[in-house]
Design a protein around this ligand. Structure first.
Ligand code: 13P
Length: 255
């Protein structure tokens, strides 16, 4: 068995109708490795999700950057899983460190969202990662374990989860984790899955890396045994760079 590579572009709060159209038309015509080799996902701001969904060819999927755990109601500014499904999305990013830090989302709220997305029939790009101070005090694995434990009982089906390891100190800083640092964290995540879920889930679940991934550093990272792809911020807004990153696809054996 092989874990298909997975590359997502998280546009965060960036882009315009015109710039998103330009990126997506470039990607639609680019030569990408086949669907069997790599999943390609783009995640524009929610106001542009319908636009993107209408533009991308079927090779490329669109993800929401966030959604609420409730099905509907008085939650001004939010979108629901049902709405994502209604416009044909298959993926939602949950637990991004900016949601955790800037918007104060708790582990508990994130767990509810993960459950809502999976119960709603969509799949989750579940983000975890330590702060610089955690790493400096040797707590990286503790933080990762705690963030994973928080969703353990909320995941009925791990085939619907991709785990994005995004060390906070590497996000938007230009300071990318070294291949060894990323590999160590990914290996730990896989061993956590093996101990807490099952060996099969540990072998099959994609664990992708995010944090200052670029066209020039992706090739080295992609070779690591436990790195199954990338969640890309800034570089996903430059279509040619994102295509280069997608093209480093390097599926790994799940055995
Ligand atoms: P950058 O690639 O801009 O560091 O962002 C990473 C990220 O947060 C993707 O979700």
């Amino acid at each position: 068995m092989t874990r298909r590579f997975f590359v997502g572009g998280n546009y965060k709060m960036n882009g315009t109708k015109e710039s998103i159209q330009n990126i997506l038309s470039h990607m639609n015509t680019a030569t990408l490795p086949s669907q069997e080799v790599v999943d390609v996902i783009v995640s524009p701001p929610s106001i542009y999700l319908t636009l993107a969904q209408g533009l991308v060819n079927p090779r490329i999927k669109v993800a929401a950057q966030n959604c609420h755990s409730n099905a509907s109601g008085a939650f001004t500014g939010e979108i629901s899983v049902g709405m994502c499904k209604d416009i044909g999305l298959e993926w939602v990013i949950i637990g991004h460190s900016e949601r955790r830090k800037v918007f104060g989302e708790s582990d508990e709220f994130i767990a509810k969202k993960v459950k809502a997305v999976i119960d709603g029939g969509l799949s989750v790009i579940f983000c975890i990662g330590e702060q610089l101070s955690d790493r400096q005090s040797g707590k990286t694995n503790d933080v990762i374990a705690q963030q994973l434990s928080a969703v353990l009982t909320s995941v009925p089906n791990w085939t619907r989860v991709v785990i994005a390891y995004e060390p906070v100190w590497a996000i938007g800083t230009g300071v990318v984790a070294t291949p060894q640092q990323a590999q160590d964290a990914h290996k730990f995540i896989r061993s956590w899955l093996s101990s807490n879920v099952s060996a099969a889930v540990a072998g099959d679940t994609r664990v992708i890396y995010g944090g200052s991934v670029s066209a020039s550093n992706c090739a080295e990272l992609s070779k690591e045994t436990d790195i199954d792809g990338f969640l890309v911020g800034g570089a996903s807004l430059v279509a040619a760079d994102f295509v280069t990153i997608v093209s480093t696809a390097h599926p790994k054996s799940s055995l």
